[in-house]
Design a protein around this ligand. Structure first.
Ligand SMILES: [Zn+2]
Length: 241
């Protein structure tokens, strides 16, 4: 009997979110035979410190960078919703759009950003500096959680999908990316280089990539510090089925 294809869908607010938090794990799953997809909710058009860049230019650049990173991670495809950066609403439209992609890709595992994470009194990179989680990250995480359960499962949620040939789908596991909690730790030692390369593809986001690389490596080491391997990513894992 032919085995069912294993599929993972990662939903981020901005281009680079999933590369920062989950690309080591996703690249590893791709190497193990999974089909992987990203869904990016906003156009990322505010993520620039350079005064001369226009909204349109930055949207185009960030999409090109995400495509490049996606090739490095080994993604099958990337879906873009193009909501305006910093204005992502957690509303029925966004939920319908995420449910639609879930019903197209039919993943067993969905990864997104932790909607419970609003702020921290210290950041993972600097103990002395607090961290406020971006509004779009919270909105993407919350809308995705609702899309996974119960919306994509229920036939009567967004019945227009069925008319377009998209059937309801039950997601087995929902994973939240985690900045600080060490709950479900994944060994990414074999794919840390891919993660760094994927991040480097987001050129418009970094003035000093060497520093970013150092921080990402030290964070990945920190997640692995009680493990037998060198580098890790961490998730909060909900097994739903
Ligand atoms: Zn982001």
């Amino acid at each position: 009997m032919k085995q069912k294809k294993q599929v993972i869908l990662a939903v981020g607010a901005h281009p680079d979110d999933m590369d920062f938090t989950a690309s080591g794990t996703i690249a590893k799953m791709v190497m193990e035979g999974w089909d992987a997809y990203y869904l990016i909710c906003t156009d990322g058009s505010r993520g620039s410190r350079h005064h001369k860049t226009t909204h349109e230019e930055l949207t185009k650049t960030r999409r090109e960078e995400q495509e490049e990173a996606g090739k490095i991670v080994g993604l099958k495809d990337i879906f873009y919703l193009d909501h305006r950066d910093t204005q992502l609403p957690c509303n029925p439209l966004l939920k319908a759009q995420i449910v639609r992609v879930i019903r197209i890709t039919r993943p067993q595992v969905v990864i997104t950003m932790d909607p419970m994470f609003h702020y921290a009194t210290s950041s993972p990179w600097n103990r002395n500096v607090a961290f406020v989680n971006h509004t779009d990250h919270r909105a993407a995480g919350l809308a995705t959680m609702d899309a996974v359960f119960p919306l994509s499962r229920d036939r009567l949620s967004f019945p227009e999908h069925e008319q377009q040939g998209l059937m309801p789908h039950k997601v087995s596991e929902l994973w939240f990316t985690s900045f600080e909690k060490k709950e479900y730790v994944v060994d990414i030692t074999k794919t840390i280089e891919k993660k760094i390369k994927a991040l480097a593809a987001h050129k418009s986001q970094f003035d000093n990539f060497a520093k970013v690389k150092e921080e990402v490596l030290s964070h990945a080491k920190h997640f692995a510090d009680e493990e037998e391997f060198e580098y890790a990513e961490s998730f909060i894992r909900l097994v739903l089925d």
